[in-house]
Design a binder for this molecule. Structure first.
Ligand SMILES: Nc1ncnc2c1ncn2[C@@H]1O[C@H](COP(=O)(O)OP(=O)(O)OP(=O)(O)O)[C@@H](O)[C@H]1O
Length: 239
């Protein structure tokens, strides 16, 4: 089966300095794929480059069989790509409902109310907080708002940058369960995660990025059992 997202030879960075170099990555439809690696490896830069938030200098990106290299973020959203940025990812003074509404701007759904209901059915905790300012919520609830907002454009591919960053272990479990629910609804997921071991346990495939380059890719299970990956990136303990 051909990949939903295919990244080939991608080089990108800031101010002409490459941060990722020649990165290759395929994400199959309906899978959860996770990018792990040390701090500063370029994981966020890779996600942001796929979503056209960082300038690419070389390489190609295709999505759903169509070349998307060079398209702008506002063009990617209607095609079915959405992103949840890392932290500070809600509009704090807007209400939860208004935050969700922002998610419809780039690709207005035909039936907004139906999409909103679908999204809220994933996050029942938010139902009672729709009129509350998003900035007043807990970190875990804010992450749900950010995920909900990204889902309002009905993406085929959801990019998430460290969705569990700064969350308590209890919320970490909740967010990972939500990702499984979102995948069940047919959304493909590509995420960056620092909680590598837990993320690989729910992932179909994983990609280790080191110093901006592919180090190794494999199934979540294979990476959890790979000695080099375990020693260097999973704290050494058995999976
Ligand atoms: N906007 C920017 N301008 C200049 N350099 C940047 C910018 N954003 C990130 N960098 C640099 O790019 C490198 C890779 O950062 P990136 O955030 O992509 O790594 P990461 O693997 O996601 O790291 P972490 O796990 O710490 O979030 C770092 O050296 C960082 O300082």
């Amino acid at each position: 089966m051909s990949a939903l997202l295919s990244v080939a030879g991608l080089t990108a960075g800031y101010g002409g300095v490459p941060i990722i170099e020649g990165v290759n990555l395929d994400v199959a439809e309906h899978e959860i794929s996770v990018i792990i690696g040390p701090n500063g490896a370029g994981k966020s830069t890779l996600l942001k480059t796929i979503f056209a938030l960082t300038a690419r200098s070389e390489g190609e990106i295709s999505f759903a069989g169509k070349e998307i290299t060079g398209l702008r973020t506002a063009q990617l959203v209607p095609l079915g790509i959405s992103m949840v940025p890392q932290s500070r990812n809600v509009f704090p003074t807007l209400t939860v409902d208004e935050n969700l509404d922002v998610g419809t701007y780039a690709a207005p759904p035909k039936d907004k109310e139906k999409v909103r209901e679908n999204v809220l059915s994933l996050f029942p905790d938010l139902r009672g907080k729709l009129d509350q300012a998003a900035g007043e919520l807990s970190g875990g609830q804010r992450q749900m708002v950010a995920m909900g907002r990204a889902l309002m454009s009905e993406p085929k591919l959801l990019l998430l940058d460290e969705p569990t960053a700064g969350l308590s272990p209890a919320y970490l479990e909740i967010i990972f369960d939500l990702l499984l629910d979102i995948r069940k609804r047919g959304v493909t997921i590509l995420m960056v995660e620092q909680n590598a071991k837990q993320a690989l346990r729910i992932a179909d495939n994983g990609h280790v990025l080191v110093s901006g380059k592919n180090f190794v890719s494999g199934t979540g299970e294979a990476l959890l059992n790979d000695d080099a990956v375990r020693r260097s990136f999973l704290g050494g303990a058995a999976a």
